[in-house]
Design a protein around this ligand. Structure first.
Ligand code: C5P
Length: 219
């Protein structure tokens, strides 16, 4: 392990959903098993990287051989990432909730006759954009993800440009693809070199191939 091509490289990986509390017993979240992010962290560690794995509450267990930082909310995830930088690369595979409840209740919201609760939202920080746009200490390689349902390449390319990342891993998550929560992924890697369509393969094969590419880029 220790003499792999990523030996001496420090890489931050975010993974899983974030949970944004409504009250002590309820939350809003995005759908995410954490499977792809976990596989990426594992593959980077196998190539010898020092991996800091910042994860929300995922379905799958974190990999062996990485430093695990567990968080719940997007704000905690941003603080955790900022706290573990600098790094040579950062891979943002987490499905971060775009909004949090503006003033989460500290006690359980009761059902009241004839009244429904109204939630007000506030925008969460964009962790990928924040790190991509760092003026000092930005990782050499910042990789984002884009789950899209249509115009996948156009939307993902625009997203990467807007946020300032170097690469974006685009995947089609339309209902019929069965990718969300599944074992396989069908991705397009978008970089300066253009859009590279990978064949459908297991999430662990996607991770291994992406880790190899990251090793080449950092070499
Ligand atoms: O804008 P969208 O959520 O589609 O962007 C997806 C990419 O941005 C992923 O890499 C995700 O981890 C990252 N992201 C983030 N912080 C947010 C929202 C998304 O890091 N608040």
């Amino acid at each position: 392990l220790s003499d792999g091509p990523l030996r001496g490289k420090r890489i931050v990986v975010t993974s899983g959903p974030t949970y944004e509390p409504i009250d002590p017993v309820r939350y809003i979240a995005n759908r995410s098993s954490g499977a792809q992010g976990t596989a990426i962290a594992r593959a980077l560690a196998v190539l010898g990287a020092e991996v800091i794995f910042v994860t929300g509450p995922a379905d799958v267990a974190p990999p062996e051989g990485v430093t695990v930082v567990k968080v719940e909310t997007a704000q905690q995830m941003l603080e955790a990432v900022q706290g573990v930088l600098p790094a040579d690369a950062a891979v943002f595979a987490a499905a971060v909730a775009d909004w949090r409840v503006a003033s989460a209740s500290s006690s359980k919201i009761k059902k009241t006759k004839g009244g429904l609760p109204v939630l007000e939202f506030a925008e969460n920080p964009d962790i990928l954009a924040t790190v991509s746009q760092m003026e000092q200490g930005r990782p050499d390689l910042v990789v984002g993800f884009a789950a899209e349902t249509d115009h996948v390449i156009e939307n993902a390319t625009a997203k990467c440009a807007r946020k300032g990342c170097d690469w974006i891993v685009a995947n089609d998550v339309s209902h019929e693809t069965g990718i969300m929560g599944g074992a396989e992924n069908d991705i397009t890697l978008i970089s300066d070199a253009g859009a590279e369509d990978w064949p459908r393969m297991s999430k662990s094969d996607v991770a291994a191939r992406l880790a190899e590419r990251i090793a080449q880029a950092l070499a």
